[in-house]
Design a binder for this molecule. Structure first.
Ligand code: TNX
Length: 524
């Protein structure tokens, strides 16, 4: 038997000192800012080989007293406090602060960075984040998070050295519209689920969340002037579950939560098709004058509002008036897809009148690409999903496009034939396929100038809970976010997949249930 000596108090002291040293900013680790795995890839990165260490005395300084600056700084502090365990107070200052702090400023950024760009300068002494607008600072904060060790995303205090590689990043987006859509109609998701979704997409600089609030299977938003829409039409979902709806107060809470993260919510009321939940709630909206039954299946294209009755337009106006009041962003989405049982001329009249209603409420109409069959009003936006012909018609009318090609960014498609949930009607979409395309060259008649941006769409006929939302979204969404943010000349799958592989640790730290695609070299 070996005779173990008890640890002497001297050696115990040395161990404690060593641990403190390890947790301090003293150790020199090699750093290379240009080798960091930032997604979406920034426009330009210059490394110095130096590094900044975030220590327990660090604070976050904002230049000036503006509340919007303090809010962004508070958001950053909230991201960094749990894992570091540091106090990280938000303080105001007129000048750049002393050594060891983070400095956020809206002065001195180059005008070319626009409203969403930022410059991030990391020296041994200071981290300086400069932008023209708070949205730019917010985007820079997402980059900063990714420069810290992955443990920064954990919700409890971690033992780590919080080093940030030194250098300068200058960055702004290729497209102004970088969206994700969540279908809360086929299956209903709670306010907390939507908030988590917002938090996860904001990491990748997505700035728009399109909520598909109504469909055949459910109506998900309280409308005070037509109460049965939510009370009755919200009672079920695909598969016969209990469904649900957001009260206006809850919905406003979501909008506020998104606004605080520089994400614009676009509410969609899909019409004149995809309306069974409304048709079941109010008989007068039906051509037959009789209410339909609630629907829990997954067929599409069988329902239509009666486009000939004035009451239908009163309904549309009431619904959009209430929604417009809850909407801080510029858009209302009118749907308009898959209207297989609406006569074409009725469809056209309907879409034209509904655009006018939206415009009269001070908002811009957005609709799926079929709306280009109608005359598009100035400012109307078409969302390309399947028909190049329709998209071309929209462009010919001078409308801008949101690009959501189903074969690339419908993230309800299976990854491969073995994926348990999801559809295959637009093919299977592995992670490389969602990444490897250029919106500006996808269709010959659609050029860069016709496109405001890209949106990933998560339809939820087969998606029933948050774990499944995460599984279909990750890791495709970070790649789609890069398609939207990063200029196509800087993108390359073979290089991207290495950066994506390095995000596995971050996904795990955030508790994301992601699909571990075999195409990606995951760094565990
Ligand atoms: C097509 S895309 C639809 C949705 C379905 C989706 C399923 C579009 C405008 N309509 O109603 O949920 O496919 O992938």
């Amino acid at each position: 038997m070996t005779n173990r000596k008890p640890i002497s108090s001297i050696s115990a002291g040395i161990i404690v000192l060593f641990m403190i040293f390890m947790m301090s900013c003293g150790t020199k680790t090699p750093t290379d800012l240009s080798g960091e795995s930032i997604i979406p890839k920034p426009l330009s990165v210059t490394a110095t080989g130096d590094y900044f260490c975030l220590g327990k005395k660090a604070d976050i300084y904002v230049q000036g007293e503006a509340d919007e600056l303090k809010h962004v700084a508070a958001y950053l502090a909230d991201r960094l406090r749990p894992a570091t365990g540091f106090p990280l107070e938000v303080k105001t200052t007129a000048e750049a602060p002393g050594k060891g702090n983070i400095f956020l400023t809206l002065s001195g950024a180059d005008a070319s960075l626009g409203d969403e760009g930022y410059s991030l300068t990391i020296t041994k002494k200071l981290v300086t984040l400069a932008a023209n607008k708070p949205a730019g600072l917010f985007n820079g904060i997402q980059t900063l998070r990714q420069l810290l060790p992955a443990e920064i995303e954990k919700s409890t205090a971690q033992e780590s050295e919080w080093h940030i590689a030194g250098g300068t990043i200058t960055d702004y987006p290729a497209y102004e519209y970088r969206g994700a859509m969540l279908d809360v109609a086929r299956h209903f998701f709670s306010v907390d689920d939507v908030k988590r979704f917002i938090d996860l997409i904001s990491v990748y600089k997505i700035n728009t969340l399109h909520l598909h609030l109504s469909d055949d299977q459910g109506w998900r938003i309280e409308i005070k002037s037509w109460p049965n829409l939510a009370l009755y039409g919200g009672k079920t979902e695909v598969g016969g579950g209990v469904g649900g709806y957001y009260t206006q107060e809850q919905y406003s809470d979501i909008v506020k939560y998104a606004d605080d993260r520089f994400i614009t919510i676009i509410p969609e009321i899909d019409m004149p098709g995809h309306t069974n939940a409304a048709l079941a709630s109010y008989p007068e909206l039906n051509i037959s004058g009789k209410a339909t039954e609630l629907y829990t299946g997954t067929e599409v294209g069988f329902s239509t509002l009666d486009t000939k009755k004035e009451i239908t337009y009163k309904f549309v106006e009431d619904v959009f008036r209430e929604l417009a009041e809850l909407t801080t962003g510029p858009y209302l989405h009118i749907g308009g897809d898959e209207t297989h049982v609406t006569r074409k001329e009725d469809y056209i009249t309907f879409i034209e009148r509904v655009q006018d209603i939206v415009i009269s409420l001070g908002k811009q109409p957005v609709g799926w690409d079929e709306i280009s069959l109608a005359r598009l009003r100035p400012g109307a936006i078409a969302q390309y999903w399947s028909s190049a012909e329709n998209a071309n018609k929209a462009v010919a009318q001078g409308a801008k496009l949101i690009m959501s090609p189903a074969s690339r960014v419908y993230i309800d498609m299976k990854y491969d034939s073995t994926t348990v949930i999801g559809y295959t009607w637009a093919g299977v979409t592995e992670v490389d396929k969602a990444y490897n395309w250029d919106p500006a060259t996808l269709e010959p008649a659609i050029g860069r100038d016709n496109i405001i941006g890209i949106e990933a769409a998560l339809w939820t006929e087969t998606v029933t809970n948050m774990e499944e939302i995460e599984f279909m979204t990750f890791p495709r969404l970070p790649g789609i976010a890069e398609v939207a943010w990063t200029h196509s000349s800087l993108r390359n799958w073979d290089e991207y997949k290495l950066r994506l592989g390095n995000h596995a640790k971050r996904f795990k730290a955030m508790g994301i249930n992601y699909y571990p695609s075999k195409l990606v070299p995951w760094a565990e």
